[in-house]
Design a protein around this ligand. Structure first.
Ligand code: HEM
Length: 496
């Protein structure tokens, strides 16, 4: 008797679950939106979760299947709207930003540092902080940062010279990461990170912890992105609590030291943040945690993005010697003409800009942009009303590899950007730094850092393939931001 009852209950539970899931998965069909048939439990996350595809390629695979302006996906049972149409992307990111003012990752409010980063912070607190820290990247400040960045690039060259005298092939991503870590530490916090002198330097070690792709970290990121209720119920932190604590200690010390020596104004991010704290003593949006979060965000967002892009530039140059020579010639003649590298003349190097733009097209560091719809939004000229709480993705890999916008997309062709002003003329399809009020705040600083780094590398070294340079590139499906699975080793030969 007991077994019959159990059997009936199990059957009932199965039927109810089936009906519940079936109803959930009707979501896009009910709205007449083309969608990818979901797996009953995971929705469309299988190839992502099984590490068959990197996040960018997972979304690009789906992107290629549809000729429509948008399509639907499911993360478990949660609907995601993926936008393909450049015009609609422009509306969502810029014109109708007020409906899409936040990103979608859920960060526990107990996770004080990570929930206070500009990247994860929710509007309107986000807007207040963003407008206050924007002056760090004014033209005047960037000009002042030029000389310290150049000094860091020269320091990198000296260290690479030492390294290549005893190694046949070097891991270029690690060199770029040490350089970009030193730059952000110097320009934002006035700290000498000394990553070349000490492989285990504090800033380098904490940087490794932030982006290390071990299973625990990936699960934390995955939960933040796809399992909001789990994050809230169990207060899951975005990074390991020990890493959070270390970040807190490093940055609290930086703030404390500066508070004691306020007379020597460094005019860096810490100064700007301390001034904000002074002016807004009673505003909790500018409390100590908020300032700490902003400082950590600038560090986290500032070094890995620049290092990744710079490493991919050097990788493409080592594969294409003719592009490398053309770029070196442009740089050398500019430096000769101006008797050195000069801030004002950086923009004269058009080919350098084209090479960087093409690298950011092939390797957008964030595989997609995400926005949360905060109130019902009717997509112009369609019948679709995006409901409040719907997650919206802008698939950067899909767009950047779309034959319509970039013919022969696998090929590295800097000339695509010869007439840069024509790109994104009719909607947005090239978005390495995002767009709209929530775009990358560090764009100009990031570009300046990586261009100075590339210039110094090319003036001093020739880059060549080594036996273990990966061709074709295999993306690391575990990596939090776009990465090669086996690193980017290459030969670096000193020039005289
Ligand atoms: C090559 C270098 C970089 C690339 C490719 C890059 C890319 C991006 C992208 C795609 C976004 C999301 C934009 C959106 O959702 O519309 C973003 C946001 C952000 N980036 Fe960058 N970034 C770079 C360098 C930097 C640097 C150097 C900093 C700071 C020093 C920085 C700070 C930030 C911050 C704080 C945000 C969040 C902005 C907000 O929500 O208000 N990034 N970045």
């Amino acid at each position: 008797m007991f077994t019959v009852c159990t059997f009936i209950l199990l059957c009932l539970a199965y039927i109810l679950t089936y009906m519940y899931l079936k109803k959930k998965f009707q979501y896009w069909q009910d709205r007449n939106v083309a969608f990818v048939a979901p797996n009953m439990i995971l929705g469309n996350l299988y190839s992502l979760l099984s590490l068959k595809r990197s996040p960018g390629h997972w979304l690009m695979d789906h992107y290629k299947r549809f000729g429509t302006n948008y399509f639907g996906l499911f993360a478990f049972t949660k609907p995601i709207l993926v936008i393909k149409s450049p015009k609609i992307i422009k509306d969502i990111l810029i014109k109708d930003f007020s409906y899409f003012d936040n990103r979608t990752a859920t960060v526990s409010t107990h996770d004080k540092i990570m929930s206070n980063m500009l990247f994860t912070k929710q509007n309107p607190a986000w807007k207040k902080v963003r407008s206050k820290v924007t002056p760090l990247f004014s033209s005047g400040k960037l000009r002042l940062m030029f000389t310290p960045i150049l000094a860091q690039a020269e320091h990198m060259v000296r260290n690479v010279r030492l390294l290549v005298s005893c190694q046949e092939s070097i891991e270029i991503k690690e060199i770029c990461t040490k350089y970009s870590t030193n730059v952000i530490a110097k320009c934002a916090f006035s700290v000498d990170a000394r990553t070349f002198e000490n492989d285990k330097a504090e800033f380098r070690e904490i940087g490794r912890c932030l982006f290390d792709s071990r299973l625990e970290n990936r699960l934390r990121f995955f939960a933040a992105r796809f399992l909001p209720s789990l994050v809230k119920s169990f207060n899951i932190f975005l990074v390991r609590p020990t890493v959070s604590e270390t970040l807190r200690n490093i940055f609290t010390t930086i703030f404390d030291v500066r508070k004691k020596s306020r007379k020597s104004k460094d005019n860096d991010l810490i100064d700007i943040l301390l001034r904000i704290e002074d002016y807004h003593k009673d505003d909790k949006d500018f409390g100590a945690e908020s300032l700490l979060g902003a400082a950590v965000n600038f560090f986290a967002a500032g070094f890995e993005t620049v290092a990744t892009t710079m490493a991919f530039v050097l990788y493409e140059l080592c594969i294409a010697p003719e592009i490398q020579t053309k770029l070196r010639d442009e740089i050398a003649s500019n430096v000769e003409k101006n008797r050195g590298l000069v801030y004002e003349n950086m923009n004269e190097m058009k080919y350098l800009d084209m090479v960087v733009c093409e690298t950011l097209r092939k390797y957008p560091v964030l595989p997609f942009l995400d926005r949360m719809c905060n109130s019902a939004y009717k997509i112009p000229n369609t019948d679709l009303v995006v409901e409040q709480g719907t997650v919206v993705y802008v698939p950067l890999f899909g767009l950047h590899y779309d034959e319509i916008y970039f013919p022969n997309p696998e090929k590295f062709i800097p000339e695509r950007f010869e007439h840069k002003c024509e790109i994104n003329n009719d909607g947005l399809y090239y978005l390495p730094f995002g767009e709209g009020p929530r775009n990358c705040i560090g764009t100009r600083f990031g570009l300046m850092t990586l261009k100075i780094g590339i210039i110094q590398m090319l003036l001093n070294f020739e880059l060549k393939l080594s036996a273990n340079t990966p061709i074709p590139l295999i993306y690391d499906p575990k990596a939090i931001i776009v990465s090669s699975k086996v690193g980017l080793p290459m030969k670096v030969l000193p020039l005289n």
